[in-house]
Design a protein around this ligand. Structure first.
Ligand code: PLP
Length: 389
């Protein structure tokens, strides 16, 4: 029998779909992957060169557990430049992926009897790591009718004396929604009245906001700083998912414990990768804007294509690189459609149910593929729907 704590661990379907797509491709199938959430661009060359040079220069050893000082200072400076936020570099922790911040935050704050509030649909590891900590996951709904933006009053109404943490994510995976500033401000004004509750803002897509929307970082509200944990990193902004790099900004009360968790867990992040990360922050940012524009163009291509299909509607994606389309009009369950699309038509997408119960009736399409592949995938989706209807 599985140990009870192990039984609490969930997973990320995107990785199993990726594996199945690779298996099908290896057996000769022509697969278009709109499943996994990672940029299809290579890491910009000046960043790759900095990593190679770091290895040549002998950066082969351990670094301080929190990360090299120049990189922590670089993160603080970049956040000042973006959000005029004054960050103490000592509260910046370099980690092997932004994902680690959510794991550390939930493990540090969760325990039996505690409650952690998180978005549904949302990144699946929120609920998994909350359960693994022993805490009770308390979902809040993100609805299409509200542009997939969070509803501050709804979240605040779920706070009890047992609440330890609220998780928010804008721009959001899987919905592509961006929450307007007024709503985030309302949430923060409410949360400061509950000093026993921390807020983890997952801002991993902060540089992927499409024209007409605006990023609001929780860092631009100093009043919440003592309760605020920021999750961010290089994966999405600089196409560096495989380098495994991310960072957390911790409140003073948790920074020491987060560092101890790092020492217990991974010691420090790969030294050469940290030097490359600094080159990403200090180098030309034109690559970030070029990728943002490409994702915006493709999101619009997917959005238009999906809306032309029978039984499918798709809200305009406002950020990140996902289109979350409503398939209730097809009368086919999300998981079934995910499976038919991959197995019979060679198109990998993710069922909305992988992101929580509220995801039934939706499919997530990643925009991280070429215009040609997106167009071909849409045409196969049309064939699939014709066949199944
Ligand atoms: N947060 C969200 C909302 C994500 O979608 C992802 C990656 O898919 C992450 C965090 C993790 O990013 P990283 O690759 O830096 O661990």
């Amino acid at each position: 029998m599985m140990h009870s704590r192990a039984a609490n661990l969930g997973t990320e379907t995107a990785f199993s779909v990726l594996a199945r797509a690779a298996e099908l491709a290896a057996s000769g199938a022509d697969i278009i992957n709109l499943g996994i959430g990672q940029p299809d661009f290579p890491t910009p060359p000046h960043i790759v060169e900095a990593g190679i040079q770091a290895l040549r220069d002998g950066h082969h050893g351990y670094t301080p557990s929190k990360g090299i000082v120049s990189l922590r200072e670089g993160v603080a400076k970049s956040l000042y430049d973006s959000y005029q936020a004054d960050i103490d570099p000592d509260l910046v922790q370099i980690l092997p992926g932004g994902k680690v911040v959510m794991f550390f935050a939930t493990q540090l704050l969760g325990e039996a009897g505690a409650e952690i509030i998180y978005p549904d649909p949302g990144f699946p590891i929120y609920a998994s790591s909350i359960r693994f900590s022993g805490a009770t996951p308390v979902p809040y709904a993100l609805s299409e009718a509200k542009g997939f933006a969070l509803d501050a009053d709804d979240i605040l109404s779920k706070i009890t004396e047992n609440t330890r943490l609220v998780i928010i994510n804008s721009p959001a995976n899987p919905t592509g929604g961006v929450t307007p500033r007024a709503e985030i401000e309302k949430l923060i004004k409410g949360l400061v009245k509950h000093p026993h509750v921390y807020l983890m803002s997952d801002e991993i897509y902060d540089k992927l906001v499409f024209d007409g929307s605006a990023m609001t970082s929780c860092l631009s509200f100093p009043e919440i700083r003592d309760q605020l944990i920021i999750l961010n990193g290089w994966s999405k902004t600089y196409a560096m998912t495989g380098w495994r790099l991310g960072y957390g900004i911790w409140p003073k009360s948790l920074a020491e414990a987060a560092d101890r968790l790092a020492v217990n867990n991974h010691s420090c992040v790969n030294a050469a990768a940290q030097i490359a990360a600094l080159a990403a922050l200090t180098g030309d940012q034109a690559c970030v804007e070029a990728m943002r524009q490409a994702f915006q163009r493709r999101a619009s291509l997917i959005h238009n294509g999906l809306n032309a299909l029978p039984g499918v509607t798709c809200a305009v994606p406002t950020g990140a690189f996902y289109a979350f389309c409503n398939i209730t009009g097809t009368n086919i369950a999300s998981a079934e459609l995910q499976s038919r699309l991959l197995e019979d038509y060679g198109v990998a997408v993710i069922s909305g149910t992988s992101f929580g119960e509220m995801g039934e009736g939706y499919l997530r399409f990643s925009c991280a593929n070429s215009d040609e592949s997106i167009t071909a995938a849409l045409s196969r989706f049309a064939d699939c729907l014709n066949q199944l209807s």
